[in-house]
Design a binder for this molecule. Sequence first.
Ligand code: ADE
Length: 277
Amino acid sequence: MRIDIITLFPGMFAGVFRESILARAVAQGQVKIVLHNLREHGLGRHRMVDDYPYGGGPGMVLKPEPLFSAAEAALKEMSEELGAEARIPVILLTPQGRPFSHRVAQELSHLPGFLLLCGHYEGVDERVRQHLATDELSIGDYVLTGGEPAAMVVVDAVVRLLPEVVGAAAGEDSFVAGILEHPQYTRPTIFQGWEVPSELLSGNHEEVAKWRRLQSLRRTWERRPDLLSLAQLTSNERRLIERWQAEAKRARQPGTGGSGSPQFPPGQELGQPSQEQ
Ligand code: ADE
């Protein structure tokens, strides 16, 4: 796979792509990552890449010419390497984009390559969205100073799905089966008095698998109930969740002393250890 990135700040990527699993994937030739400095396509003696917004307002807007020129150069190189018939998506990173998810990462991981455009300042000229980008992705409902951290997130999530990058581990990820991953433990079996659940020490694969599935379900129900409607669950599992729901409802009723549904969002504040049960 080849991933090209157009950015005003190529230096930001150096550490990320030179460390850990991404560096190994690059070294093994699983992925080639090519950075293009937008400044090199800037206009005039000052290599201008941004300008004031028409109609007024704060901040600067990325001009269309440098982005189109950088993208054309990148796409030419990419199709020479990947073949003229390869469909190469041009993806603008922006908080207004389609939400990035495990499913989108999977879609991208099957492509021979794609081009990422990192926006900056107040945004990019609308003609870039309309006539250059084929897709727009957002990594969450918050605004970053630029698309670079978002590009790193997309590259990381996609590359780890390539064959042999993290191997079988990717199959157990949160979201793969539409629900969150089960808790993980390693040695020692007792740390500061806190024990590893006995089911995991049993050596009985069936018991381990059953415990993990139950924990995944419970965790998803507590933290991300929104995922459950689309998850692949057995009818027994659906009934179990209905029981948890009924119990939580009962606990919420006045006089029962319950604190209500144990859902993770939006109740828990940062810095508080979660209430494991
Ligand atoms: N650029 C700025 N904020 C962003 C976000 N949330 N996702 C993707 N790109 C962005």
